[in-house]
Ligand binder design. Structure first.
Ligand SMILES: [Zn+2]
Length: 366
């Protein structure tokens, strides 16, 4: 089994992580005091973290999403967003993440008068500050932003236009998130069509709490290049009694086209999309060689880091260093950064990093 130290020191790439799902508990308390936010259930960091985790682990996506009221509640001012974004970069870098696409819905931070563009500016500036601080501590990380539109609001086209305005400053894709049931991806077709006409990128939360129609619409109507979660694709896979496996048309398409699945096993256990890590479709999908990637979703709500998530799947399925590298390369190949940047990170950071760890693993004691 991989040690947590080995996992932490291995270079990792993260494609699915929410900015408002990864705040440090102490930062929530500081920001609440600074900005006169009075709704926190406690002002003790450990109690707050425990309260949020309890709230998230209720086997329902809708209940899970309720816990974001306090993180979003303290992200209504420019300096607050900047601090959260900077600490996000620092925390990921300290965990050995070398490339991250962190997503946020700017419309969530407009409650006290900020515009979408002001939220984006603060987020991206925060990422730059965090990258610089991490580099000063010897951890290099490349941070990108995915701009999310919330399903339950009706501003997705406006958000998509905002994403395009920030494309040369660190925004790499457009996404929709939020409750899946009752909000099929085709509701936001105008936004997706706009993004496609601009030659920009799309990932969509689909197939998390809702099934195949959501995945089908995301891919075939909305032009999603990746699937946020996408775990319900297993509904189109039949495992026969003799162990034989049969893929339906949609699952075949997803595997043939190498559509990346941004899988977040612990989060799925908390929202009820999977009963446990051991029973998570991650195992079947990786064995069928889908383009699987491993992600955190919401580090605070689920109490995870990318390293702890790798440790959890290693404990459940024994992935070892070889498959950890495969998952990392899957993620880096599927990233929305430009090709030259992805290639540089693969060749100069990821491959040498794993070669070094393999050399340590096989070193003969002298
Ligand atoms: Zn998500």
């Amino acid at each position: 089994m991989l040690t947590l130290d080995a996992i932490r020191s291995a270079p990792k790439a993260l494609l699915h992580d929410h900015l408002d799902g990864g705040l440090r508990p102490g930062t929530i308390i500081d920001l609440a005091a600074e900005h006169d936010y009075r709704d926190l259930p406690t002002t003790d960091p450990a109690d707050l973290a425990a309260w949020i985790r309890r709230g998230a682990d209720r086997k329902s996506l809708e209940l899970y999403l309720e816990t974001f009221v306090h993180t979003v509640g303290v992200m209504q001012e420019r300096d607050a967003i900047e601090r959260v974004a900077a600490e996000c970069a620092e925390d990921l870098a300290a965990d050995g993440v070398v490339y991250a696409e962190v997503r946020y819905a700017p419309e969530l931070s407009t409650g006290r008068g900020l515009t979408l563009d002001e939220v984006m500016a603060a987020t991206l500036h925060g990422f730059e500050i965090g990258q610089a601080r991490a580099a000063a501590q010897g951890h290099r990380i490349v941070m990108k932003a995915i701009v999310t539109g919330m399903r339950q609001f009706a501003r997705s086209l406006e958000v998509a236009e905002c994403a395009i305005r920030w494309r040369d400053h660190g925004a790499v894709a457009f996404d929709v998130a939020g409750p899946e049931k009752g909000y099929p991806p085709t509701r936001y077709l105008d936004a997706f069509e706009f993004v496609r006409r601009e030659n920009f990128h799309i990932t969509i939360h689909a197939g998390e709490s809702f099934g195949l129609p959501s995945i089908w619409e995301a891919l075939q109507f909305c032009g999603a290049e990746r699937l946020g979660h996408g775990v319900r694709i297993v509904d189109d896979i039949t495992v026969e009694a003799d162990g034989g496996v049969r893929l339906g048309r949609l699952a075949t398409f997803v595997r043939d086209r190498r559509i990346p699945l941004e899988m977040c096993p612990t989060s799925n256990v908390h929202t009820g999309a999977a009963a446990s890590i051991a029973e998570h479709p991650f195992d079947l999908l990786r064995r069928l060689r889908f383009r699987v990637t491993l992600n955190t979703d919401n580090r605070l709500m689920s109490g995870v880091s990318l390293s702890s998530e790798f440790a959890a799947v290693d404990a459940a399925f024994g992935i070892g260093l070889g498959e950890m590298e495969w998952l990392t390369l899957n993620a880096m190949k599927s990233a929305f950064a430009h090709f030259d940047e992805r290639l540089r990170i693969i060749n100069e950071v990821i491959k040498p990093g794993y070669a070094h760890l393999r050399a340590l693993e096989t070193r003969v004691l002298a």
